[in-house]
Design a protein around this ligand. Sequence first.
Ligand SMILES: [Zn+2]
Ligand SMILES: [Zn+2]
Length: 353
Amino acid sequence: MYKAKAYAASSATSALASTTVARREPTATDVQIEILFCGICHSDLHQVRNEWKEVMPTVYPCVPGHEIVGRVTKVGPGVKKFKVGDLAAVGCMVDSDGTCPNCREGLEQYCPNLTLTYNFPDKHHAGPVTYGGYSDSVVVDQRFVLRVPSNLGLAGTAPLLCAGITTYSPLRHWGATKGKKVGIVGLGGLGHMGVKFSRALGAHTVVFTTSPSKVEDALRLGAHEVVISKNANDMQKHTGSFDFILDCVSADHDINAYINLLRRDGNLTLVGAPEKPLAVSSFGLIFGRKSLSGSAIGGIAETQEMLDFCGEHNITSDVEVIPIQKVNEAYDRLLKSDVKYRFSIDMASLKSE
Ligand SMILES: [Zn+2]
Ligand SMILES: [Zn+2]
């Protein structure tokens, strides 16, 4: 075991502060990574403040962060995929049983014995739970370490590991491609990646937003059209025309208005997580055999596919880079959606702690 520098919350009400956590020495199949950038995901904030105590109570100290990119500093003797000096990335998960039907199909994200990157029981017992990427290093089994295309900016690459794959996976699953009409609802951390991917996959891409101030940005990010969702007339014009709609909104909203926009057999997938249950009109689904789904990140193979796709199409997240010392301020701003479109922590700033 060794001590890694980190930023952690010591309780649900305390600010994140500098500390050290124990990490394991790399085993035969492990990769040790010096973390260069870590994105800030809304989940980090929920977990730190123990807002998911019903399903995933937080164990303190809590080191969040599951949008990790860095450089390999050590590998175990059994590691074939990576060598010292390679770029590498880690997303929301660091282990799974590898044997269940989901794992066998490359859908590790749905494994019942999944280990998430932070606040999950640590199978290696370096600590009571896993510690995430707000840290100078991490040790992860090679199965859960991704290769990073060399042409991408690293600060903007970090958010691909959660916001990126969360939007890429359902777009691929539901066949967003040339000739298809795709809607992206909400233009935040998730939505802005959804627009970029939908456009790059060749679909006719329409962004729905409540803010007229976001129209210009949506077009810049790749939207062919932008609809102000509060304008009923503009919504009406798109009735029954969408093959697929990706709903990235985590606030309460009327999804029936979007189900109405789907064509026959169209699908609406939720990736945002509103706190209260959403009301769904069954008639909206029945007439037109439409479906409503959810989706969680993506498997390891698909995450690698997404990173390679980003390399080919030069796609990264739009980020505001901050030093780790500004993380608490960033959380306050995140609550006000005051970021375009993701914070990425420059982990070199942790060296001075
Ligand atoms: Zn996340
Ligand atoms: Zn499994």
